[in-house]
Ligand binder design. Structure first.
Ligand code: SAM
Length: 265
């Protein structure tokens, strides 16, 4: 594919998505368009001339609006899949692991979790809060499954997402390890020595200052780099009070990069 064909493809994806009203997986246009976009951007990372197409002036306007449309689809997709997994688990023939494994992006989440786990010490992994956990709190579930003594809080300001994720956590029998709290990140009171993980779709001002004021020492921030900025807006990073200590390497099969920050001395 030539550079111009790639740019035209991205513009057509944006036009098609912007025309949609239903962003849930009930809409086949959303499923096909988004699924193909994710696969295409992963492939382009391996071609020198396409891997930097996000820097092309013609693509610049898409860097703002495509992630906004993708975020709408992601929130709807998580709710739709949470309902589907709950319903599948109620049928005797579909145990929890098979119901979860059916989720289209389960392998991507496992890969993301594995990369993030490598940044954390056991203690940092053992007590964590995930801000912007959504209806499908897969990272919290993977953390709880990996460590039976883990204590994880999922925080989200969307009451429907919280209700669904609470039902899923109960159905997976993980309520002793994962608590769901319906609150904004800006009002959440962290526990002592809690690692705070910030979702890539976490939004709003003042979150890091709030966490700094409440003594949070370790932050893990999900970011997006390069071509993947067409799917997720890059994270707003802490500028005050925290120092970046480690990050996962960009990779063509993992959409997010994650940055570990520690409180400055
Ligand atoms: C759909 S989830 C996506 C999480 C993503 N899959 C990830 O792993 O990073 C994003 C959630 O963030 C929540 N959210 C965004 N800003 C927030 C804030 N300031 N406080 C609490 N929740 C927030 C939204 O309600 C939404 O449910």
């Amino acid at each position: 594919m030539s550079r111009q064909q790639a740019i035209d493809y991205l513009k057509s994806v944006h036009t098609r998505m912007a025309e949609q009203v239903d962003f849930s997986p009930e809409n086949p246009v959303i499923n096909t368009t988004l699924g193909t976009l994710v696969r295409t951007l992963c492939d382009w990372q391996t071609f020198d001339d396409l891997a930097t197409i996000d820097l092309d002036p013609e693509v610049a306007p898409l860097l703002t609006d495509l992630p906004r449309l993708c975020a709408c689809a992601e929130c709807e997709m998580e709710k739709w899949w949470c309902r589907k997994i709950l319903s599948d688990m109620q049928t005797e023939t579909c145990p929890a692991n098979r119901a979860l494994a059916a989720f289209w992006y389960m392998d991507n989440y496992r890969e993301l979790y594995t990369a993030e786990r490598a940044l954390m010490t056991d203690a940092q992994h053992n007590k964590a809060a995930f801000l912007g956990s959504g209806a499908l709190p897969l990272t919290a579930i993977l953390m709880a499954e990996a460590d039976p003594t883990a204590s994880i809080r999922c925080v989200d300001m969307d009451a429907i997402a919280c209700d669904l994720s609470r039902q899923l956590i109960e159905a997976l029998d993980l309520s002793d390890r994962i608590e769901v709290i319906c609150a904004s990140a800006q009002s959440y009171i962290p526990r002592a020595d809690e690692t705070v993980i910030c979702a890539s779709l976490l939004s709003g001002a003042g979150i890091y200052d709030h966490l700094l004021d409440h003594g949070v020492r370790t932050l893990l921030v999900r970011d997006a780099e390069g071509l993947f900025r067409l799917l997720y807006k890059p994270a707003v990073l802490p500028t005050n009070g925290y120092v970046e200590r480690a990050k996962t390497q960009p990779c063509h099969t993992r959409i997010n990069t994650s940055r570990l920050f520690e409180r400055a001395a």
